[in-house]
Design a binder for this molecule. Structure first.
Ligand SMILES: [Zn+2]
Length: 202
């Protein structure tokens, strides 16, 4: 995984998008030309190119003009659909910086997809690799025996696994759907959350 390379600043000024590399002062603030020397017709033209780069989200966003929020949100959502389960927790953190940079009090909510079946689930930045309620019913131990998780306390904390058939305790938080590896944990607001682990087969 590459380290963030640069800080970018975007804004709109008299119909022209501004692009500034904070660490590299060779660019004027209101320029149509980027570091590659390429010029763009406008924001959409630039955005198509920028967001098609595999590692665009490793750049840290700064002071994005609110006029660009909805456009950037679309690109974030598109990227999430494409990358789906391939993103690591660290990569989700970087992406979250972008989601935070376009936060407008709850209007621009990014999508979140089940890390197993890709169905849309409620957005919860704290659990970016969670799975949906249907996929939770598919969990097994390493040998394929079906398991279920519940809270050990009625107040919604503590997590314990149990074998569905024998009702015996399953004393591991690691769980599987096929070859994919997941981990169960306590949900901050009660209940159980199950997330795909990094380096699990995709
Ligand atoms: Zn699912």
């Amino acid at each position: 995984m590459k380290a963030p390379q640069t800080l970018l600043k975007y804004s709109y000024h008299q119909q022209e998008f501004a692009f500034q590399k904070i660490f590299n002062r060779s660019y004027s603030l209101y320029s149509k030309t980027t570091d590659s020397g390429q010029s763009y017709e406008g924001w959409e033209d630039f955005a198509q190119d920028f967001f098609s780069k595999e590692d665009w989200f490793t750049a840290q966003p700064l002071q994005i003009d609110s006029a660009l929020y909805s456009s950037i949100l679309e690109h974030i959502n598109q990227f999430k659909k494409q990358a789906h389960s391939k993103l690591s927790f660290a990569e989700h953190k970087w992406l979250y910086a972008w989601e935070g940079a376009i936060y407008d009090g709850g209007k621009n909510i990014p999508i979140q997809l089940c890390s197993n079946c890709a169905v849309e689930v409620p957005y919860f930045a704290r659990y970016p690799k969670s799975i949906c309620s249907t996929c939770i019913t598919l969990l097994t131990d390493e040998k394929g025996q079906q398991v279920d998780y519940g809270n050990t306390h009625a107040m919604g904390y503590g997590v314990q696994g149990v074998y569905k058939n024998s009702k015996e305790n399953y004393n591991s938080l690691d769980c599987f759907i096929g070859a994919k590896k997941f981990r169960a944990g306590e949900h901050r607001f009660g209940g159980v959350v199950v997330q795909l682990q990094d380096h699990s087969p995709k």
